[in-house]
Write a protein that binds this ligand. Structure first.
Ligand SMILES: [Zn+2]
Length: 47
């Protein structure tokens, strides 16, 4: 599991449905949603 920071819960959580993606500048990131509140989460870096 990849951990990210949920802005809404204001805490770190495991990213639900985490999948590799890229940001606009081409850098690697991981996207998914918060398991508690379903807010979109992302983390810079690889999985
Ligand atoms: Zn949350």
């Amino acid at each position: 599991m990849v951990q990210g920071y949920c802005m809404k819960c204001k805490t770190k959580r495991d990213i639900k449905g985490a999948h590799a993606d890229h940001m606009a500048n081409g850098r690697d990131c991981v996207k998914g949603v918060c398991p508690e509140c379903s807010t979109n989460m992302f983390k810079i870096g690889k999985m």
